[in-house]
Write a protein that binds this ligand. Structure first.
Ligand code: SF4
Length: 221
């Protein structure tokens, strides 16, 4: 079993309810969704073929309390499911999955904490958000299908209004954590903070912590 890997690195988890924890990131290669604000376009390039054992060895060498499988779009590679299962079986670290939200997470090991993007209109791909993931999260409290959180990164006021409507219509923010942040350099964090407070929106605001610690376009951080 092999996976195509863009990079494996040690950094601070920067944008989820786990933000601030040291984390081993496994970035799988390939995506193809074409989001306009993609900040990891380099992950589209062909990666290095690695065995699952080789990847786990690198994760062990890093020795962080979290491991995050990300991309690119990690769910495009069939063997990622086995990788996540093996990582969970070890019970050494919390296992996170970060996905673009276009593919179903139904087959992901329930022990994995799923961080799912919801892409707003400025991404150019909002029509590709996979509705089933929202439905799964809404059911998750009833059937123990694991932990979900969603991430919405907005670039402007229309994105925010779109997200507010979605959350109001679905009740998603009552069912699980919804993180809301800004596209770095596109929207002043203060504007988003004021909109959230004004609307009493039940979301957690976040900034991409790693982009404030290191240069925002730095790879491997
Ligand atoms: S899903 Fe993620 S990696 Fe893929 S294009 Fe969109 S932002 Fe980039």
């Amino acid at each position: 079993m092999k996976l195509s890997v863009s990079e494996i690195f040690h950094s601070i988890q920067g944008e989820s309810s786990f933000a601030g924890w040291p984390c081993a990131f496994v970035r799988l290669a390939g995506c193809g969704h074409g989001c306009l604000h993609c900040d990891t376009a380099y992950a589209e390039a062909p990666g290095t073929e690695m065995t699952i054992e080789g990847i786990i060895g690198r994760v062990d060498a890093i020795g962080a309390p979290l491991v995050e499988i990300t991309g690119g779009e990690p769910l495009l590679q069939e063997d990622v499911y086995t990788l996540m299962e093996k990582l969970c079986n070890r019970r050494r670290e919390i296992v996170l999955l970060e996905t673009g939200g276009f593919l179903s997470v139904a087959g992901v090991d329930p022990r994995v904490h799923k961080i799912i993007d919801i892409k707003p209109p400025s991404s150019g791909v909002s029509e590709k958000n996979h509705q089933e993931n929202i439905d799964l999260a809404l059911q998750s409290g009833k059937d123990e299908s694991g932990s979900f959180e969603f991430k919405i990164v907005v670039a402007d006021r229309p994105d925010y209004l779109w997200a507010r409507e979605l959350l109001t219509r679905t009740g998603l923010a009552d069912a699980c954590t919804v993180m809301m942040g800004t596209v770095f350099g596109r929207l002043e964090p203060r504007s988003l903070a004021e909109w959230i407070l004004e609307d009493r929106l039940r979301v957690r605001m976040q900034l991409q912590m790693h982009k404030y610690i290191w240069p925002p376009d730095m790879r491997g951080k």
